[in-house]
Ligand binder design. Sequence first.
Ligand SMILES: [Zn+2]
Ligand SMILES: [Zn+2]
Length: 252
Amino acid sequence: METLWQSLVRGSSDFMLYAVLPTVVVNLTWFLSGLFCLGLDAVPALRKYKIQEHDNGTGEFWRCIRHSLRNKLISEIPLTFASYPFFVWLGVSKELPLPSVATVLLSLLFCLVVEDAWHYFAHRMLHIRWAMDNIHYLHHHYMTPFGMASSYAHPLETLFTGFGTVLPMLILRPHLSTLLIWVVVKQLQATMVHCGYEFPWRPSRFLPFLVSASFHDRHHRRFNRNFAPNFVWLDRLLGTADEKNLGPRRAQ
Ligand SMILES: [Zn+2]
Ligand SMILES: [Zn+2]
């Protein structure tokens, strides 16, 4: 692993490593995981795990791709590029040795907790009438979400909630490899809660404090419940959780 890392780092500029590489990694993860979710629709045996019966058509799929790419160009990529000098300045290291597995896991846990808190309150603010009418209505365009719709949002929303992904990096200042793993984990988690399927082997079944696809799916239909992205505890603590009917079910 260390040889591989060294060959990646050697000869690459800081701009390539801290700005371009995270951008490529996160967008590849978004595209491939979103494609995987779409592939699920082609397997009839999995339909029983679909949360809602409604299928978004091909037109909606292309609309989502077009809008998400535009949104990424306007907001997500500039946010990543603007964060890169801060990562270098704050000492996010690219040097060997690589962090241990335990350090990476603890860092990821910290990142998930911090991002969850930022995102929860930012998301609740986006449900204030003005912000909903002018910004957050876009993300709620899909009442039946699907994997790629995780990035279907107004650029201002992406900047506002997306800062929650950058914030734990600024606090923790981890190794660059941990930063790359973090953006992959966060994107996979965002795709997973939008995928539209509730599988019996989902992580939240074994770790019930995790947000599941049906938990976030209910947010897309009910609007005023289930704001948190990663953990259910803030919604439970602040009385905004709606966990009735968790698990596979059909829409009326
Ligand atoms: Zn959503
Ligand atoms: Zn919302």
